[in-house]
Design a protein around this ligand. Structure first.
Ligand code: 13P
Length: 227
């Protein structure tokens, strides 16, 4: 996708993330890879509602700002984003937000790793919680690294959620799927508990990923944990 179109799409996704109530104040950050191998990232400390295409920052793979005379600085979580691109060459977009129900699971220490809804099994598989890291430090990229080898969506312990995708819309839609799954799982818990699908039914859904054109990496029937 061309530079200008990508900037507009990234801006639109910033606005959607705010409208969905997945971020408060300046929370959240979004990035995308450009065809020339550099990246567009949201600036630090700006509400996702007020982002405009001109505010997006062009950076290289080490986080160096390539725009001249740019007053804004890239997101404080840029190391987390750059680690996703470095370790996953198939990834071209990263969305980080604090969707309240999914983040509730991340705070409670309850992974969303049950196989109970066809859409989620096909698109995401299980969703683990990566160990806590202080935001903006190397702890965050180091702690997510083993998990993003097998997952495109993870919960960040006591923090929020991270979605990776081959393109921006895919990464964004994965965040939507995560938050709806979290809401449904919470409702099921209130109503007496989730009834998982059988291993046979789950396996059949997993085998349909190619048919649905699902890109990325998702665990199969065996819930993957690097620990
Ligand atoms: P930035 O404004 O630096 O992107 O940080 C927001 C955030 O959510 C930190 O986790």
């Amino acid at each position: 996708m061309r530079h200008r179109k990508l900037k507009h799409q990234l801006t639109e996704i910033c606005h959607r993330v705010w409208q969905k109530g997945w971020v408060a104040a300046n929370d959240g950050n979004i990035s995308a890879k450009l065809p020339n191998g550099t990246f567009l990232a949201t600036p630090t400390g700006v509400s996702k509602l007020t982002i405009t295409p001109e505010m997006l920052i062009n950076i290289d793979e080490n986080g160096n700002v390539l725009d001249r005379n740019k007053k804004l600085k890239p997101s404080s979580e840029i190391k987390m984003h750059l680690r996703c691109y470095k370790d996953r060459p198939d990834v071209n977009a990263v969305v980080h937000a604090h969707p309240p129900v999914a983040t509730g699971f991340a705070v409670a220490g309850v992974p969303l790793d049950n196989y109970s809804i066809p859409e989620t099994i096909i698109v995401l598989g299980s969703i683990p919680i990566t160990p806590y890291g202080t935001p903006s430090t190397d702890e965050v990229p180091n702690n997510i690294a083993p998990y993003i080898q097998k997952h495109d969506v993870v919960l960040l312990q006591n923090h929020g959620a991270l979605a990776l995708g081959a393109d921006l819309m895919t990464a964004y839609y994965r965040m939507e799927t995560l938050e709806l799954f979290a809401q449904i799982s919470l409702n099921a818990h209130i109503l007496g508990g989730t009834k998982e699908l059988s291993e046979k039914d789950s396996q059949q859904l997993i085998s349909m990923r190619a048919q649905y054109g699902v890109t990325g990496r998702h665990p199969g029937i065996k819930r993957y944990s690097p620990r």
